[in-house]
Design a protein around this ligand. Structure first.
Ligand SMILES: O=C(O)CCC(=O)C(=O)O
Ligand SMILES: [Fe+2]
Length: 338
């Protein structure tokens, strides 16, 4: 029988198959431990909170959030059903994800482009699309493991509220109107549940390539370390704080701020002993939204540095080839030859 493509279903794999071996220049090198900024959302002084969020967003492009008000039990339940889902047989996973004629639920290994890509990533992912209507889409999502639908729906409702809170704080800090992101700019969220099994040789593989997200922001929950951010030419390990979420800025945010903030580049490395799971809630605009620098950041001294694009063109381009930052800028920025 041929080997299943889902790495989560491989048994007793002793070495890394050739199609997963990164070329030497892409392999994991040295990473450093640095203090990751922490935002306490329960801080009562709102001005202080938005100033701190603004400062760390400008300096790092990512931060951890504590005292966020999201129930620990709900996060644990979401992690549990996700783990159970990825532990099911390949056939069951595919069958459970094939129920929606509109394809709001997709299971894939590596990337959705598995068949065509030259190099595979050491992960499996489940993608759940919330647009146009979460409670309609959810009816077609997996019925196994039991409670999957109700737990995912509950988590996604809470994440929508949480993401708007973070976006409000960011808007206040930047001097945008408080509601800037609350309509079509955030109405198309996508949820990815990534599962990275232990890997016999982490120095040869990657769980996820270096990239920045084509989102407004992404809100991530992770159980064990493996996530790294690139800052000032160094890869920094993000060791998760208990119960904390990690927020990172995406390219949409960078464009709206006219480059005042930068999308944070990151990647995931594998390890030999522990499987890793992450819940990535990506805030996306609706497809017909116009993405361009906000008028707030444009004046004679600061002309727009980014093109005006419809979100569907913006995202299609940024997703099609998983470009690195330089390639992405060729498409979205005025400062690079197109
Ligand atoms: O698994 C992780 O920690 C990162 C996931 C991620 O970067 C993404 O989904 O864009
Ligand atoms: Fe990402």
């Amino acid at each position: 029988m041929s080997q299943t493509k889902f790495v989560s279903n491989w048994k007793g794999i002793g070495s890394v198959p050739e199609t997963y071996v990164c070329p030497p220049e892409k392999r994991v090198g040295v990473s450093v431990k640095k203090k990751i900024p922490v935002i306490d959302l329960a801080t009562e002084d709102r001005d202080l909170l938005s100033k701190k969020v603004l400062d760390v967003s400008q300096e790092f492009g990512f931060f951890q959030v504590i005292n966020h008000g999201v129930s620990k039990a709900l996060v644990e339940e979401t992690m549990r059903v996700s783990r159970e889902f990825h532990a099911m047989s390949s056939e069951d996973k595919e069958m459970e994800c094939s129920k929606d004629p509109n394809k709001s639920c997709l299971i894939y290994s590596s990337t959705p482009n598995y068949e065509k890509e030259e190099l595979h990533l050491w992960k499996d992912s489940l993608r759940l699309i919330c647009y146009p209507n979460l409670n309609k889409n959810v009816q077609f999502w997996p019925q196994n493991p039991p409670k999957f639908r109700e737990v995912m729906e509950a988590y996604l409702v809470v994440m929508k509220k949480f993401s708007l809170e973070i976006l409000e704080v960011l808007s206040e800090g930047l001097g945008l109107e408080k509601e800037y992101f609350s309509g079509g700019m955030s109405n198309n969220p996508e949820f990815l549940v990534h599962h990275y099994p232990p890997c016999p040789n982490p120095s040869l593989t990657l769980g996820l390539n270096k990239h920045a997200d084509p989102t407004v922001i992404t809100i991530l929950f992770q159980d064990v370390n493996g996530l790294q951010f690139l800052k000032d030419g160094e890869w920094i390990d993000v060791d998760p704080l208990p119960d904390a979420f990690l927020v990172n800025l995406g390219y949409v945010f960078e464009v709206i701020s006219n480059g005042k903030m930068k999308a944070a580049e990151h990647r995931v490395v594998t390890n030999t002993t522990t499987s890793r799971q992450s819940l990535a809630y990506g805030v996306y605009p609706e497809n017909n939204m116009t993405i361009e620098p906000s008028k707030c950041f444009i004046n004679e001294a600061n002309p727009p540095h980014y093109r005006t694009l419809e979100f569907k063109d913006f995202v299609n381009k940024l997703r099609s080839k998983h470009p690195d930052r330089e390639m992405a800028m060729k498409f979205i920025s005025f400062n690079q030859p197109y």
